[in-house]
Write a protein that binds this ligand. Structure first.
Ligand code: JCF
Length: 679
């Protein structure tokens, strides 16, 4: 380092170490050590030094995570220790057979009292296997698995992945370490990537694994850098160190100590029955995980035993993957129906040959809108791939064109509403097409009434979807206001409604008349006015008539109301049909206490955003939300920098983690109830 003052060199090394450490806290431990602004400041200092003294710059600098020059091709890499695949087990019997083979091979039959085997259990991540080579603690090479013997050199790409240490940390760093693991895209990253692709009219990825593989195959590492990939370490190939761990689990822990992300659910258990319990527990948690897993990997935990067991052909005898039900299956598109929603949105719904996928039988899937049909290039009769992962609704991920039958039918988007035959129109800026029939359309009337009666709206017990279909279908009621004229004798004339249920329903309709202003706003079914906006309107304007009279400008003065919602609200109250329904509801006796605008003291949480997550034992989630909103707080669905307080119950997951990451205060249910009693 000729000509570079020593204090600059040492400052440079210090910044590199510190940034690597912040990076580790943020991406591996999910626990940031400094605010983003401080990280950015240190990064700029580092980059300044690198600009003034380019000879200092090495590939392990944290500034290089953004990717560099594009390659023209990948070079081949020979794995010194072959990268193995795993044998699969598809049921408990196959797993028990594996355990028996392990014991036989270890000659346990000859023992008087053969012990149960200890197994390390871990979720099997659905991503791309990689090998990372570290010499004296520095990342020198990253490679794909390839065929297990020869892979591709993807060093430039792996350097962009934030959870991969560029330099190992901790103590007893091995002189040579080849780490194996899975590079994967968490579900949220996958959804975001696909949403972007769809918005740009590009092809979407079928699943996170394909997206991860595609992201790693980029010759331009800047593209890889833009994808939120993660890497989780699960085994070791080459290894030279002073001390070698005795078990797989201790090896994994050592990797964690050197800075790798390791799976939070790895665990050692004794005996195959405990392995089966682990499988069932993880199967229940599967939908709630932030990433796709396709099974559980079991490994004989003692490395000495692993050595004695050895390998067959391409797989170790000491490990097996127990597979979960697939999250993707093939099926046929039988037909497409068009459903009309509350706001007139016409949604194409795919009718599928029933298929078991992601643990449930799926026979319908939404096709969202006309653009989605075009993007998928789908026809009736096509064979499709259905994906159902997490708690999201099943999606058609891909059409298998090779399997298209000769009589495949084009899907024609209807020009007239399938229910009321009014023209279907689509605004230039919108993907959604809507029936223009408004409250003339039977489908929209039905949906409006269902919404009005629902639990979080007017909460009319006993007025279920089926009954609404019947009442509107038979011309008994035409609007929500007609509900309040229903008589017991009238209802009894309908199929399947006994006198007692009819009387109960009339009573429930009667008692719904006492409501709150917030619920009433929500009940009206104004576009984009959900529960929260209903509460916002009530809190800020205090009475229905003030909102009816308000123009868009007045509405916009409220923080949480944007121009689009304001427009919908104004349009709604300018519509004479809507006003006459509101008039009829008031005449029928629907009422609520107005909110005293001067009683600011009753809203001590005004302007605060709260988040509820996890379970609640004493009060219900809905009650908690109601109480917070009455106090003026906004209750949001996700944690952000704006969140002032999180209430976390048992089972809280990613929202809690994020709150901790952002240093947002968290309280449990008991503390929350205590808090409510004091405000
Ligand atoms: O998570 C995985 N996909 C995974 C794959 C985990 C493991 O522990 C593995 C693996 C492939 C081979 N272990 C081996 C030996």
């Amino acid at each position: 380092m000729a000509n570079i003052p020593e204090h600059v060199v040492s400052e440079y090394e210090r910044l590199k170490d510190e940034l690597n450490q912040h990076n580790h806290c943020y991406y591996v431990l999910d626990d940031p050590s400094v605010p983003d602004s401080e990280y950015d400041r240190q990064m700029r200092l580092l980059q300044d030094i690198e600009q003034q003294h380019p000879s200092l710059l090495t590939a392990d600098s944290p500034s290089q995570r953004v990717g560099g020059e594009a390659l023209s091709a990948f070079t081949q890499v020979r794995h010194d220790v072959a990268m193995l695949s795993l044998e699969n087990a598809f049921n408990d019997t196959e797993l028990e057979d594996f355990d028996r083979r392990v014991k036989d091979r270890l000659n346990y039959a000859a023992l008087k009292e053969a012990p149960e085997i200890e197994y390390a259990c871990e979720p099997k991540l659905d991503g791309v296997a990689v090998s990372l080579l570290y010499q004296d603690g520095l990342l020198v090479r990253g490679a794909t698995r390839g065929d297990g013997t020869v892979g591709e050199d993807i060093t430039a790409n792996v350097r962009t992945i934030n959870s991969i240490p560029l330099k190992l940390v901790g103590t007893d760093i091995p002189s040579l370490l080849e780490v194996r693991g899975e590079i994967y895209l968490p579900r949220a990253g996958f959804e975001a990537l696909n949403a972007k692709a769809i918005a740009a009219d590009e092809k979407a990825f079928v699943n996170p694994r394909n997206a991860a593989a595609g992201s790693l195959r980029q010759l331009d590492s800047k593209i890889t850098a833009s994808r939120p990939l993660e890497m989780c370490a699960y085994s070791v190939g080459q290894f030279q160190a002073k001390a070698i761990p005795d078990t797989h689990l201790n090896m994994i822990k050592a990797l964690g100590g050197w800075g790798f992300k390791i799976n939070e659910h790895v665990e050692a258990v004794i005996g195959i029955a405990a392995c089966e319990d682990y499988y069932r527990t993880m199967a229940e948690r599967r939908d709630g995980l932030a990433y796709d897993i396709d099974g559980i990997v079991y490994k004989v935990n003692e490395l000495k035993l692993q050595e004695r067991l050895g390998f067959v052909a391409k797989a170790p005898r000491w490990a097996i993957a127990r597979k979960f039900p697939a999250q993707e299956e093939m099926t046929k598109l039988l037909d497409v129906e068009f459903q009309v929603g509350r706001t007139g949105a016409v949604t194409p719904v795919a009718r599928l040959e029933p298929v078991f996928v992601g643990g449930v039988t799926v026979s319908n899937a939404t096709l969202h809108n006309g653009n989605e049909i075009k993007r998928l290039g789908i026809c009736i009769g096509d064979t499709v791939i259905i994906r159902r992962a997490g708690d999201v609704i099943p999606q058609i991920a891909k059409v298998i064109l090779e399997k298209r039958p000769a009589n495949a039918e084009e899907i024609v988007f209807p020009e007239r509403c399938p229910v009321c035959e009014s023209p279907v129109k689509r605004a230039e800026s919108e993907a959604v097409a809507r029936c223009s029939g408004g409250l003339f359309c039977g489908a929209q009337i039905k949906q409006a009434i269902k919404h009005f009666a629902s639990r979080k709206a007017m909460d009319i017990d006993g007025l279920g979807d089926k009954l609404v279909e019947l009442l509107v279908g038979q011309g008994v009621i035409f609007s929500v206001a007609d509900l309040y004229d229903l008589r017991v004798e009238q209802l009894m004339g309908l199929e399947r409604l006994a006198e007692k249920s009819a009387a109960n329903l009339v009573a429930a309709i009667h008692s719904s008349k006492q409501t709150s202003l917030a619920k009433f706003f929500y009940s009206l079914g104004i576009r984009e006015v959900g529960e929260t906006t209903g509460q916002t309107l009530a809190n800020n304007f205090g009475s229905l008539d003030v909102v009816i009279a308000a123009d868009a400008e007045t509405l916009l003065e409220v923080d949480d109301i944007g121009p689009i919602v304001a427009g919908y609200i104004v349009d709604f109250f300018r519509n004479p049909d809507n006003l006459s329904i509101i008039q009829a509801l008031r005449e029928a006796g629907v009422q609520w206490p107005d909110i005293d605008q001067n009683a600011q003291a009753s809203q001590p949480l005004k302007g605060q955003t709260w988040v509820l997550t996890g379970g609640m034992d004493i009060m219900s989630r809905a009650e908690a939300k109601d109480r917070l909103q009455e106090l003026g707080a906004k209750v949001a669905g996700s944690v952000s920098a704006k969140t002032v307080q999180v209430v976390a119950g048992p089972g809280a997951g990613s929202k809690l983690t994020k709150a901790q990451k952002l240093h947002i205060p968290v309280m449990d249910e008991a503390e929350f109830i205590e808090f409510l009693s004091k405000v």
